[in-house]
Design a protein around this ligand. Structure first.
Ligand code: ADE
Length: 269
């Protein structure tokens, strides 16, 4: 996979030289290029922003440096022949929510381009113009506001990059992790089995693999119900076993038409 990132703070992306993603780059599994937006300016001050039309606080990123940077990136592909439009991800709190399933989808792409906005954002005409050359996807990490797109890009590149074949040493570790099946991951323990008067759950020491798998699954149900009940609305409950349904019943959920439904308790408004 090839990834291009455009930013006015290229140094912000330095952590992508470390750890698994850094190794993937060294191994040639991921080709990652960081471009400085200011090198696409033409004035002495290397200006990338200006005041907003219509007034208001803050500054807006000027369109021309963005167009030049993005043209250079698509231009680098000219002659590659027949390649699909690359995806241009524009991190923004006003974007679509980035999820594990989108990470999987994007990990299938040949090329991703990330445009890191700062200040109040990028002139909207860049987004319209870019859709001639790219499939544009404004993407949000969550419902909070960062100072710019760089931190979001670090998170998205790591989430996507670790799904590329060969990046994570043991691919099985990608299977049983939070969000891989619409649930949060079960709790994990290691040696010693007794630590500061706290014991590892006995079932994990039993050697009974069926029981361990069931306990882990039920812990996923409990955790998800407690911490992220919103995830349960999309959970396919049609294949739950009787024991699974009993756990959900204890947690206050019934299975209705293959979906989990929260029981209305006395005292609920
Ligand atoms: N830029 C600023 N806030 C952001 C967010 N929540 N997600 C992605 N990019 C952002």
């Amino acid at each position: 996979m090839r990834i291009d990132v455009v930013s006015i703070f290229p140094e912000y992306l330095a952590p992508l030289e470390l750890s698994l993603i850094g190794k993937a780059r060294q191994d040639g599994l991921l080709q990652l290029n960081v471009h400085d937006l200011r090198s696409f300016t033409t004035d002495r001050h290397r200006t990338v922003d200006d005041t907003p039309y219509g007034g208001g606080a803050g500054m807006v990123m000027k369109p021309e440096p963005w167009a030049k940077a993005l043209e250079e990136i698509v231009g680098a592909r000219a002659g590659e022949g027949g390649a699909a439009k690359p995806i241009l991800i524009v991190p923004s709190p006003a974007g679509e929510r980035f999820t594990q399933s989108i990470a999987h989808e994007l990990a299938e792409e040949e090329q991703l381009v990330f445009a890191c906005g700062r200040y109040e954002g990028i002139d909207e005409r860049v987004i319209e113009w870019a859709s001639e050359h790219f499939t544009v996807r404004p993407m949000s990490l969550g419902d909070y506001v960062l100072n710019g797109g760089e931190v979001a890009v670090l998170a998205m590149v790591e989430a996507i990059g670790r799904l590329l074949p060969g990046v994570v040493g043991n691919p099985e570790s990608l299977v049983e992790e939070s969000h891989s099946d619409g649930l949060l991951e079960y709790p994990v323990y290691t040696k010693p089995s007794s630590w500061r008067e706290r014991e590892v759950p006995a079932v994990l020491l039993s050697g009974n693999h069926g029981k361990i798998a069931q306990w882990r699954r039920h812990e996923q149900f409990r955790r998800t119900a407690e911490r992220r009940p919103d995830l349960l609305a999309d959970f396919d409950a049609s294949t739950l076993t009787r024991a699974d349904r009993e756990v959900f019943a204890e947690l206050g959920y019934d299975v209705v038409d293959g979906r989990l439904e929260r029981r209305v308790l006395d005292g609920d408004a």
